[in-house]
Design a protein around this ligand. Structure first.
Ligand SMILES: Cc1cc2nc3c(=O)[nH]c(=O)nc-3n(C[C@H](O)[C@H](O)[C@H](O)COP(=O)(O)O)c2cc1C
Length: 398
């Protein structure tokens, strides 16, 4: 309504991830919005992640008893109230000075996991204190390798029970939006950035008060965070070594090939995280949701799988579970919700996702999220009624 009258600053309610994105675009400086939103290359891969979800249809079922419904799920021996969580993202405090704390609070409130990035703007010890049952530590293996090993040691000592090794970033790809806007981790401020910040005074004042966010888990002397340094130290030998060193849950993030998935599974990794990094690394990558069924088939029905990239709604979460994921994570929508409305923004988004997931379950005749399976894909997509009136054996489909 406000937007129609040219009063779009009155548009503050978040009913879906698109609302969060629209409001964040208005409230955040372009340089920050572009850093969050940007994909690599022409952003074809990033957009394909979303359109691939749109192309998947679910089958409504009628006359079924669907009350009460439960979204509760168990993943890696931990119980969660919802089958989705917050993907690890670096520098979250650039969208809101208390972003890490807010995410930790919401993760506890909604009993969901929170990925804490190596490049987070809060100390891993602090985040563990805020959300001990929810925080998963995500590791990038940046040089020097001793620093990466020290991070693993710190995570172990402070009590983390889940470590996520990201392997899809041997080298950070160019993101054209960042090049054009002049985004850099240390916030070099030239005339373009100055105007950008000055025209977003609420964000700028908040940042001035809180201080410039930076990668908090890197000492400013010695192992400085170099975003463009090669991360290719995360290789097969490293993974084997890490498996030996890390006694708790180990997840490998960024897997998009079924043969890689099988090799990782054989190394005794506890779960695979199917992700193309939200299209931020390889523009020509297949959509994460399209890859998922192949990986499910490769690792078998029982092996724990997480997925992200392109998830924008409760129904998208349901589609991912139907296609073989045990757990689903969201990246950009979380950042946008924080940038749009801080704690209230994030909780509004989570409520919307929960609501739509629950009603989606009711529509397709599901009472328990654990029962999601390919049988719930639209009949138009999986068999021709003229060929058979019987529902086919879906085991053959995946
Ligand atoms: C701003 C931003 C920062 C990110 N930083 C990290 C990171 O530090 N570590 C990591 O494993 N993935 C990182 N990712 C990737 C996310 O974990 C996730 O895979 C991706 O955002 C999912 O796609 P979506 O944004 O379409 O939901 C980042 C993504 C964004 C948008």
């Amino acid at each position: 309504m406000g937007a129609q009258l040219g009063l779009d600053f009155l548009d503050t309610a978040i009913y879906c991830s698109e609302d969060a994105k629209r409001i964040a675009k208005r409230r955040l400086p372009n340089i920050i919005y572009g850093f969050v939103e940007g994909g690599t290359g022409r952003e074809v891969g990033m957009n394909r992640n979303i359109s691939a979800f749109d192309n998947i249809k679910l089958q409504p079922r009628v006359l079924k008893s669907v009350d009460p419904r439960t979204m509760r799920t168990t993943f890696l021996n931990q119980s969660f109230d919802v089958p989705f969580g917050i993907a690890p993202m670096g520098m979250c405090n650039i969208v809101h000075p208390k972003a890490d704390q807010i995410m930790a609070k919401s993760a506890v409130k909604y009993k969901m996991p929170l990925g804490l990035s190596t490049a987070a703007s809060s100390l891993l010890e602090d985040v563990y204190e805020w959300a001990p049952e929810n925080a998963w530590f995500q590791l990038y293996v940046l040089p020097p390798i001793e620093h990466a090993m020290a991070l693993v040691e710190r995570a172990k000592n402070c009590g983390y029970k889940t470590l996520v090794l990201t392997v899809d970033t041997p080298q950070v790809s160019r993101r054209i939006r960042d090049l054009r806007s002049g985004f850099s981790v240390d916030f070099k401020i030239g005339p373009r950035q100055f105007i950008d910040f000055a025209t977003h005074p609420a964000w700028s004042l908040r940042m001035l008060r809180a201080g410039r966010p930076g990668p908090a888990n890197f000492p400013t002397d010695g192992a400085q965070f170099d975003r463009n340094a090669s991360r290719a130290l995360a290789n097969w030998a490293f993974l084997e070594k890490l498996r030996g060193l890390w006694p708790h849950n180990l997840i490998v993030k960024g897997v998009t090939s079924f043969s890689d998935a099988q090799r990782i599974q054989k190394l005794g990794v506890d779960a695979i995280y199917v992700s193309n990094h939200g299209g931020r690394q390889l523009d020509s990558v297949p959509a994460s949701i399209d890859i998922l069924p192949y990986i499910r088939r490769a690792v078998g029905p029982e092996y724990p799988l997480i997925m992200d990239s392109g998830v924008r709604s409760g129904e998208d979460i349901l589609k991912a579970l139907v296609l073989g994921a045990n757990f689903v994570m969201l990246g950009r929508p979380i950042m946008f919700a924080l940038g749009a409305g801080g704690a209230h923004g994030l909780d509004s988004l989570i409520e919307a996702l929960k609501y739509d997931l629950s009603t989606g379950m009711a529509q397709i005749g599901l009472k328990a999220i654990a029962d999601a399976c390919p049988k719930q894909l639209a009949e138009t997509d999986i068999f021709l009624p003229s060929v058979s009136q019987e529902r086919p054996d879906f085991k053959g489909y995946l």
